[in-house]
Ligand binder design. Structure first.
Ligand code: 4AD
Ligand code: MG
Length: 458
């Protein structure tokens, strides 16, 4: 019976007649037997396999180089070696797939830059393998969090005709011939002849459709891929990333901020409790302060400041920033990092942003200058959550859409939520890759997703 390395290492008693399959990490040969370290991806640790030179198949041991795949039958017995409870004593050894000396992941450590050149192989390293396991666990924890709270998991479209964030960072979806597209009599591209009979794009956010579903189901969340054709060459921006977007009816900004804080804490706690081998590894090799920081975050309330207070703190800091701090403009990443890393030294929720810096859908505050927006900033990453209470008042919403130059005719469906039984509601987006950077201490978004897409790289 095949068991995974994870099961083998967690065994409570010796086991006979088991098979373990995986990839060779290292092999050491003694005179009459060999030690083969096997990893099958099921957990961080390897299983040590002891193959007697007389065991069936042992004649192929010499060819079982690092990276080769093998399958071993044997008995799980207590290991005399330090640091491991069990080892597999082989009764039969099978070499499944050879890997020769050109296999790029030989034992020595590799730089993340080199590993990015082999995305198809790098998940076989401790670093990326750990990331993939943490990623999987965190994705399920997102569902646990919302399911425990009675949210419905909804699927919003990937192809859309609207630009939720209004930033114009859209990837076009078209089946028109790029060399000779059909033209209108005025000589422009005739989008009515395109597949969807209008211009369409990959979504930047599922929020607008999410709002319509929250206005039917109460509490909903999406968790899907989003796309931004933003030409940002930073360690925190990807062109394709996954976003978690809850949307809550009968909820205000306060409830929104609380939900975001609870979600981030739940994910951090789950990682600490259930991904401890992986986090120990990241703490040792990637970010020495990781565990201490995560434990601290899991226990303490996040700091909270208004945008206006944040601007005052930045102006008083005496810091020379590359971008000047100006009330009315979005905070730059260096400003966000100063607030969370140096001033508060903990996650901070900044709220009530100037309306000039934010999209059309955010609820206007009574001061006439700000909107009920919030961002959660965390040390090491900066913004991981962006959200707001939504403008539920029909007249205010329409005025804001006009001010942002939106074509009202194509947003009739969205405006309907305010025409028929409008309710206060709020939501946010948590960037899944940014969350993973925070939870693992990885400094570059390219190392938290298997196949990163960034400008110039697909
Ligand atoms: O702040 P953003 O742009 O907010 C929205 O899209 C809202 N419609 C969400 C909502 O209220 N439902 O994006 C939300 C989060 C950011 O805080 C960040 O974590 C992540 O998405 N994000 C990115 N992550 C990786 N690469 C990018 N290019 C990202 N852009 C945003
Ligand atoms: Mg944002």
């Amino acid at each position: 019976m095949r068991i995974k390395v994870k099961q083998a290492l967690a065994a409570e008693q010796p086991l006979k007649g088991v098979t373990v399959s995986g990839w060779v990490r290292t092999r050491r040969d003694a005179k009459d037997f060999s030690f083969v370290e096997i990893n099958d991806g099921s957990c961080f640790k390897n299983l040590q396999v002891v193959v007697d030179a007389a065991a069936p198949g042992a004649e192929h041991l010499k060819e079982a180089l690092t990276g080769s795949s093998v399958s071993v039958d044997g008995e799980l017995v207590p290991s005399p070696a330090k640091g491991q409870k069990w080892e597999l004593k082989a009764t039969a050894f099978r070499l499944l797939g050879r890997a020769d000396e050109t296999f790029p992941l030989q034992k020595k450590g590799h730089t993340v830059e080199f590993l990015r050149t082999i995305p198809h192989l790098r998940a076989r390293t401790n670093r990326l393998g750990s990331m993939m396991r943490v990623r999987s666990r965190m994705a399920i924890a997102v569902h646990e969090f919302f399911q425990q709270r009675g949210f419905a998991y909804v699927h919003t479209p990937i192809v859309t005709a609207s630009d939720c964030e209004g930033a114009g960072e859209l990837f076009r979806v078209t089946t028109l011939d790029p060399v000779a597209p059909p033209k209108t009599p005025e000589g422009k591209v005739d989008w009515s002849a395109d597949f969807f009979a209008k211009q369409s794009y990959l979504t930047v956010s599922g929020q607008l459709e999410g709002e319509t579903l929250a206005c039917a189901l109460g509490d909903v969340y999406t968790f899907g891929p989003t796309f931004r054709a933003e030409n940002s060459h930073t360690s925190r921006h990807a062109s394709e990333f996954w976003m978690i977007e809850p949307e809550m009816a009968f909820c205000d900004l306060e409830g929104d901020m609380r939900c975001a804080e609870e979600l981030v804490k739940y994910l951090v706690k789950t990682a600490l409790e259930q991904c401890s081998d992986e986090l120990d590894f990241f703490n040792a090799y990637v970010d020495k302060g990781l565990l201490e920081r995560l434990r601290f975050v899991a226990e303490r309330p996040f700091a909270r400041v208004t945008y206006t207070e944040a601007v005052e703190l930045l102006l008083k800091s005496g810091r020379k920033f590359e971008y000047p701090v100006v009330w009315g403009e979005n905070l730059q990443s260096e400003h966000e990092r100063y607030l969370t890393e140096e001033h508060f030294k903990c996650p901070v929720t900044v709220y009530d942003y100037p309306k000039s810096a934010k999209p059309f859908y955010m609820r206007q505050n009574d001061d006439g200058k700000t909107v009920a927006a919030m961002d959660v900033l965390v040390p090491g990453v900066g913004e991981i959550v962006g959200g707001s209470q939504r403008e539920e008042r029909l007249d205010r919403l329409v005025a804001a859409m006009q001010a942002h130059g939106l074509d009202l005719a194509s947003y009739g469906w969205y405006i309907d939520t305010r025409r028929f039984g409008s309710v206060p509601h709020a939501g946010f987006g948590l960037g899944f890759e940014r969350l993973l950077m925070f939870v693992t201490g990885e400094g570059n978004i390219r190392d938290v997703i298997a196949y990163p897409r960034t400008p110039g790289h697909a």
